[in-house]
Design a protein around this ligand. Structure first.
Ligand code: GDG
Length: 475
């Protein structure tokens, strides 16, 4: 068998390949692994089994041949510029994303977007079918690819299919707005195991299946009817809260250079008594506006003052061509400008706002420098930032203010939990974090850290894949 036609026992299918384009020292284009948690979590499986990863390479209208990197086969799927607009920006990020996040922004539905979504999902399914070895395990990821499980099962009934949804699954009353709701459920039910972040998401999915497909489920086992009266199958739905690569983050946090950089960041910020931090993609689901409103009011009230307290808000650019993303950026920038205009002093801003991304080491230095971490998402599948902050606090200092509407809040019960829609609660929670007694902070952080380090992303992928291996096939 030639390299090109080699087939793999373990195949990951995700919207993006886990690599970024780089220009090498010789000026030639190449690839570098992107530092995502998912790839760290899957690394042990990728290397012990023969692993391949199928995904979009990040540029449109470009055909790229499969290639190997870090002992992984990478199989690029091509997207045209129109497909990027309709499948990715359109259906995935302007229909599904807002619909699955409590309709914080109104979802738009367009038939042309749906058609592109079907076409691109079919392309991913075909690529997976051509890459998977006999009886391989194929793990499909996220809301961009919900039709792939059933499409792949049609092409390759021999493979074991897992699906994991990284974002929330909405309550039926919201999901039911989707014109193609039944097709999405049928797509997902093509998997043997359908994983969600929280039990709440699993329950929402099972309710939608009951209402729209009419099948019953016991202990998360759905009886999927066979086609043309043939024998049915079992699809299992279960929650698998994702985690982070705790060990590598703790190693970075213990690195003297990173610690020096953290101290330097505080000095550069004028050595505030309290440094608060927010790290988010610039997305309307992350509650950045709510956070700034609470922070601004605390300054207005005189409860927080400059230069005693400062907030660093890192908002990495995201989906910038979409209308609601332009809007949230404008809102955030107006709010930052207003707070700084009213409360900043020469050389001492109330809010330091950065709209760009940082290398991983610098992110960890920010986590180490921050006394208070603010995670105020209005809805979030999990929120890895909350877990990352905790994992780096090796000396058990620091306080985490965490929205109840994140998946992470189910596990991180020792955080200061908050309803970000309740501005009074948000203000009081921020003040609680600012004024927390060191002993209480240490007790809480120790318990949070135990939770995050015992349950890292490698455990998560192991738990998912071993459950997938044992799902019964027939009723
Ligand atoms: C989706 C779901 C779920 C951010 N800025 C920089 C940077 N980041 C990294 C963070 C973190 C990741 O990006 C963001 O992860 P989140 O979980 O916070 O949020 P989403 O991007 O919305 O992720 C979410 C997740 O999938 C996993 O299942 O938890 O609910 O929405 O790791 O550190 N990293 C670097 N520079 C930056 O400037 N290096």
């Amino acid at each position: 068998m030639t390299q090109r036609t080699k087939r793999f026992d373990f195949v990951v299918v995700a919207n993006r390949l886990p690599v970024d384009r780089v220009t090498g020292e010789d000026g030639k284009p190449g690839w570098k692994r992107s530092p995502g948690g998912l790839v760290s979590g899957l690394e042990p499986v990728m290397h012990t089994q023969d692993g391949a990863w199928i995904g979009w390479g990040g540029s449109t209208d470009e055909k790229i041949a499969p290639f190997d990197l870090d002992e992984m086969r990478l199989v690029p799927v091509e997207l045209s510029a129109a497909e990027f607009e309709q499948y990715y920006e359109g259906f995935a990020n302007a229909s599904l994303w807002p619909l699955y996040h409590d309709v914080i922004a109104p979802p738009e539905f367009h038939r042309a977007w749906w058609d592109a979504y079907v076409r691109v999902n079919q392309r991913f399914a075909k690529a997976a079918a051509a890459t998977a070895a006999d009886k391989a395990v194929v793990w499909v990821h996220d809301y961009q690819l919900q039709l792939v499980p059933a499409m792949l099962r049609d092409l390759r009934p021999d493979v074991k299919i897992g699906f994991f949804n990284h974002i929330p699954f909405p309550p039926y009353e919201i999901f039911a707005q989707l014109p193609w709701r039944r097709r999405i459920l049928e797509g997902l039910l093509g998997a043997d195991l359908i994983g969600f972040q929280r039990p709440y998401d699993t329950a929402n999915f099972l309710r939608a299946v009951r209402r729209k497909i009419g099948t019953t489920a016991r202990h998360g086992m759905v009886k999927v009817p066979g086609t043309d009266g043939g024998e049915g199958r079992i699809a299992k739905a279960q929650s698998f809260p994702i985690s982070i690569d705790s060990q590598s983050l703790a190693e970075l946090a213990a690195d003297p250079d990173v610690q020096r950089r953290a101290a330097e960041i505080r000095t550069e910020l004028g050595d505030p008594r309290v440094l608060m931090l927010g790290v988010d993609r610039m997305d309307y689901t992350k509650g950045i506006r709510h956070r700034l409103k609470a922070f601004g009011e605390l300054m207005d009230d005189g409860d927080l003052t400059v230069p005693d307290v400062t907030l660093v808000q890192i908002a990495t650019p995201s989906r910038e061509r979409l209308e609601y993303y332009k809007q949230i950026r404008t809102d955030v920038e107006l709010a930052v400008g207003r707070i700084n205009g009213e409360h900043g002093e020469l050389g001492a801003a109330a809010v330091h706002y950065m709209h760009h991304s940082y290398p991983r080491r610098e992110m960890v230095a920010f986590y180490l420098a921050a006394d208070v971490m603010l995670v105020t998402a209005l809805r979030d599948g999990m929120n890895l930032v909350a877990k990352e902050y905790v994992a780096t606090r090796l000396d058990n200092t620091g306080a985490l203010v965490l929205s109840e509407f994140t998946g992470a809040a189910d596990e991180l019960r020792q955080a200061i939990l908050v309803n970000p829609h309740d501005i009074i609660d948000l203000k009081q929670s921020i003040l609680r974090a600012v004024n927390i007694e060191p002993r209480e902070a240490s007790r809480r952080m120790r318990s949070l850290r135990r939770r995050v380090s015992e349950d890292d992303v490698k455990h998560w992928s192991h738990r998912f894949l071993s459950t997938l291996a044992h799902v019964r096939e027939h009723p």
